[in-house]
Design a protein around this ligand. Structure first.
Ligand SMILES: *Cc1c(COP(=O)(O)O)cnc(C)c1O
Length: 222
């Protein structure tokens, strides 16, 4: 299927209120343009350097989401171009993004990354850890950062029940925050979960943002 047809196909299946983040990492800007011409406006990149190269080559109405692990020494670079940083996995990074956004005169949206997968390598806050930090007020006091919700990745497995359990944990954690520590934050409304192989399961569990690469652009050449 072409890039345009894949985007139409996925959008045709997404319930209302769920947005598609087209994950263009490792694909050339020509592929991103093809998706743009098909109407896609939200793109996800996972490396600071690649984002900085691609963003100026695309029209200004593209909404860039940074979805990779963000090293602190790349925060300044990413804050310049990203609209949403989905992969905030520590308080240190959250504070740094806030100060870099202030320095750049920007307000940036972020999602807090939850670790629900079995793989140790995946980063993020444990659900209980995030709830405790939120209750203790550690997510307050930001001036140039809006916490818009949470992001998570499920375990890479064929076991759909396992994936469903993990997404249910994400939804539950979001709901607890929304009703409790984040109840004063009216823009806390995004749950980013679901990739090429598991987005159907993710939308059944309340995802509002699906991050899809391979199913749109094909396999990545590393
Ligand atoms: C690469 C990546 C995706 C997209 O994965 P696909 O399986 O190609 O759809 C989604 N989320 C994150 C965080 C990624 O790094």
């Amino acid at each position: 299927m072409s890039i345009a047809d894949s985007i139409k196909d996925i959008n045709g299946q997404l319930p209302q209120g769920v947005r598609l983040v087209a994950v263009s990492k490792f694909h050339p800007v020509e592929a991103v343009k093809e998706a743009y011409d098909a109407g896609q406006r939200v793109f996800g990149e996972s490396r600071a350097q690649e984002l900085s190269v691609k963003a100026p080559l695309m029209p200004g109405d593209v909404e860039w989401h940074f979805i990779g692990h963000l090293q602190t020494n790349k925060a300044r670079q990413v804050v310049q171009v990203a609209h949403v940083i989905e992969s905030v996995d520590s308080l240190k990074l959250l504070r740094l993004i806030d100060s870099e956004a202030a320095r750049a005169g920007r307000t940036i949206d972020v999602l807090l990354q939850l670790h629900v997968a079995r793989e140790e390598a995946k980063s993020g806050f444990a659900p209980d850890e995030l709830l405790s930090l939120a209750d203790a007020g550690y997510l307050e006091g930001l001036t140039n950062t809006r916490i818009r919700g949470i992001m998570a990745m499920a375990t890479f497995t064929d076991d759909e029940a396992q994936i469903a359990r993990e997404f249910a944990t994400v939804k539950q954690t979001f709901d607890t925050l929304k009703a409790g520590a984040m109840s004063g934050n009216t823009s806390f409304d995004e749950i980013s979960m679901g990739m090429s192989d598991d987005w159907h399961i993710a939308v059944q569990h309340g995802s509002t943002l699906v991050r899809i690469g391979t199913a749109i652009f094909g396999a990545r050449q590393y």
